[in-house]
Design a protein around this ligand. Structure first.
Ligand SMILES: O=C(O)CCC(=O)C(=O)O
Length: 298
């Protein structure tokens, strides 16, 4: 049976800016993708690896070394901050990777097949009616390793995937159960309706990236946004079983806690934008001649 979105699910997504779709991926495919993720972790080499760390913690500057900045059309491996003691890995590499990115959907056959040749995903995108001509722009496996899996601070995705007009949409697939104990996602439902994307991650001259203010348009006034982590904000956890899908609107505020538990929380995610939207050359992620942003309805 091909996937169909119910009118209730569509309304829920429009109202909340996020939607959990239970059992979207059949169990054998979920297992295949998890196995493939573990194979990638087993097979990558540490030789010559710059040991780039990925972290969203406030004290950390955003990663911006060449290994990260040139990963948009490759499969690369980014480490957990807590997987190091005195500059040395304190666990096997398979248990030390934070995420694998950013082009599994073009560079790995299993993830390519799942992402781009999937009737259920195409049906869902059509029925959601969020994009006319969706383009898949990046993909990642986020491992949220046991004991050292880093928290992802509250954010919206459009700050990192800025298009004009805004059009980022995330597809987040649980490959393992995600619970409040091992760092499931949480959302501020409806925040996409009041959030204003006032900053964006830019590549900066001389290397690296920085979150910078977007200049206000003439006559535009700065909108004061709530302190999303402060008092009175209603966060809702989105626990998932392996195979569930979470849709994430580009402006909805979300986060995930650190994983100090003994269970990893592998997920696969990709993001899409509208094909006709303007993609700025300052964005860290850039299409390349070999790997242009990929049409979903190709
Ligand atoms: O998987 C997570 O913990 C965070 C994912 C996330 O924030 C995103 O995909 O935008």
């Amino acid at each position: 049976m091909p996937f169909h979105l119910t009118p209730e699910q569509k309304t829920r997504f429009e109202e909340d800016g996020c939607l959990v779709i239970k059992g979207f991926i059949p169990k054998p495919i979920t297992q295949q993708l998890l196995d493939r993720s573990k194979e990638l972790l087993r097979d990558f080499s540490l030789e010559g690896h710059p040991l780039t760390v990925f972290s969203t913690s406030a004290e950390e500057k955003h990663v911006g070394d060449d290994y990260f900045l040139s990963s948009g059309d490759k499969i690369r491996f980014f480490f957990e901050q807590k997987a190091f003691t005195d500059g040395k890995l304190n666990r096997p590499k398979e248990l030390a990777i934070n995420k694998i990115g950013h082009s599994l959907h073009t560079e790995d056959e299993a993830f390519k097949d799942f992402t781009l040749h999937n009737e259920d995903i195409r049906n869902l995108a059509k029925e959601l009616d969020f994009h006319q001509d969706p383009r898949v722009i990046q993909s990642m496996i986020i491992c949220k390793q046991k004991e050292v899996g880093g928290a992802v601070n509250s954010h919206d995705d459009s700050t990192f995937l800025y298009s004009n007009p805004l059009s980022a949409l995330g597809f987040w697939f649980a490959l393992e159960d995600a619970t409040p104990t091992n760092g499931c996602l949480s959302f501020v439902p409806g925040s996409h309706k009041i959030n204003k994307i006032h900053s964006r991650l830019e590549r900066v001259e001389g290397g690296g990236t920085e979150i910078r203010k977007i200049p206000l348009k003439e006559g535009e006034e700065e909108v004061k946004l709530p302190d999303w982590d402060g008092e009175g904000i209603d966060w809702v956890a989105a626990p998932c079983e392996a195979g569930d899908l979470v849709l994430i609107h580009g402006s909805v505020i979300h986060r995930s806690e650190a994983n100090l538990s003994q269970k990893s929380r592998f997920i696969y995610t990709f993001h899409m934008i509208e094909g006709s939207a303007e993609w700025d050359e300052k964005n860290w992620l850039q299409p390349t001649p070999g790997v242009p942003f990929t049409k979903l309805y190709g």
